[in-house]
Write a protein that binds this ligand. Structure first.
Ligand code: FMN
Length: 327
């Protein structure tokens, strides 16, 4: 490209990118107002997220060492209203609605019998059928038990993770990846909404097709043995203030998946999904991604080749990454 052409491009780029950003925001906005939790609130998956959002306030209240007198009162009212409103809805109770009933019952019987007595019985039937994994509420734990999670060589764990672009031919088992995803489910999320979803692709042709829509795998895509598409569900977010939350929670989940894979000896490389609306739509036409799921990134997964080169991807000095704030 000659110099004048480059200079002309440099001049026009800001205007072009300004317009394209506006189109991108519009696309995100349309997706948000179509799929957010405040639209068609009866939908089972939206109710599931919403009930978790509300009952988690009670779990928090139950976990405080010194609860204020009225702590949890508003959440009890909100939860009673919510459960009452939806108890004849389709697929009621969902997973989190069942837990919501139980947490409410625990809260009312153990902590605040004076709140909302009339609805207490309505919660009992469901709560008695719950499995231990559906109980909800709080655990009593010993802080020493958390020390079991301490790594012997934390720096070693983090510093041996690289974005790998040279994979061996060793087969990646779905079970191992699922184990990593299961560990990643422990990622914190806003009000415990866990709005993430991973799409798994483990056959070569489908990987090839998916990667043809992604622009950061040139030169190594053909060696990627296993691919994840990580996404986040807009159904979980029911307030305009939460408009970026699905990116944040989904990003945190994605990082957990990367680290969980690393802990199991699997390498990975995040593959950006920085896409124009048209490219995102084109991909959705080919692959069955749920409409409310926002694609966050692809993740190449595999065992690293025996001898390989990795990018240094140098970091600046620690001091340049933090600032101590004082009044
Ligand atoms: C969201 C995200 C998207 C990325 N997209 C790509 C990509 O498309 N292609 C690629 O080769 N690397 C991609 N990377 C990897 C980065 O280049 C890499 O993480 C960075 O250089 C730091 O290197 P390290 O992961 O080895 O520490 C991506 C990383 C992230 C977090």
């Amino acid at each position: 490209m000659n110099k004048i052409k480059r200079q002309l491009k440099d001049i026009l780029r800001p205007a072009k990118y300004t317009v394209n950003s506006a189109i991108g925001y519009l696309y995100d906005y349309i997706r948000l107002i179509r799929h957010a939790g405040w639209v068609s609130v009866e939908t089972p998956s939206k109710r599931d997220y919403k009930s978790s959002k509300i009952y988690h306030r009670l779990e928090k209240s139950l976990s405080f060492p010194n609860r204020r007198k009225n702590s949890g009162k508003d959440a009890v009212d909100d939860l009673n209203y919510f459960l009452e409103k939806h108890k004849t809805s389709k697929e009621y109770p969902t997973f989190h609605e069942r837990i919501a009933n139980n947490v409410l019952q625990q809260f009312l019987t153990q902590n605040a019998p004076e709140y909302s007595e009339p609805n207490k019985e309505a919660t009992l039937d469901i709560a008695t059928e719950l499995k231990p994994s559906e109980l909800g509420g709080v655990y009593n734990i010993d802080s020493l038990s958390m020390i079991n999670g301490t790594l012997e060589d934390p720096e070693g764990f983090f510093n041996t993770r690289y974005s790998v672009r040279d994979f061996s031919s060793r087969k990646v088992s779905v079970e191992t990846v699922l184990r990593a995803i299961k560990m990643a489910l422990k990622t914190p999320s806003v009000c415990n909404r866990q709005a993430w979803h991973a799409y798994i692709i483990d056959d070569a042709n489908t990987i090839k097709e998916a990667l043809s829509h992604q622009n950061g795998n040139k030169g190594f895509g053909q060696k990627i043995p296993f691919l994840l598409i990580l996404s986040s569900d807009l159904h979980a977010f029911d307030m305009p203030e939460e408009r970026y939350q699905h990116w944040i929670d989904g990003g945190m989940f994605s990082m957990s998946v990367v680290l969980a894979l690393h802990s199991l000896g699997l390498s990975s490389c995040c593959l950006n999904w920085s896409k124009s609306p048209l490219s995102d739509i084109a991909f959705r036409k080919k692959f069955k991604i749920k409409k409310s799921h926002t694609i966050l990134m692809m993740l190449a997964v595999g065992y690293a080749a025996e001898n390989l080169k990795v990018c240094q991807s140098q970091r600046k000095s620690l001091e340049s990454y933090y600032t101590t704030l004082k009044k």
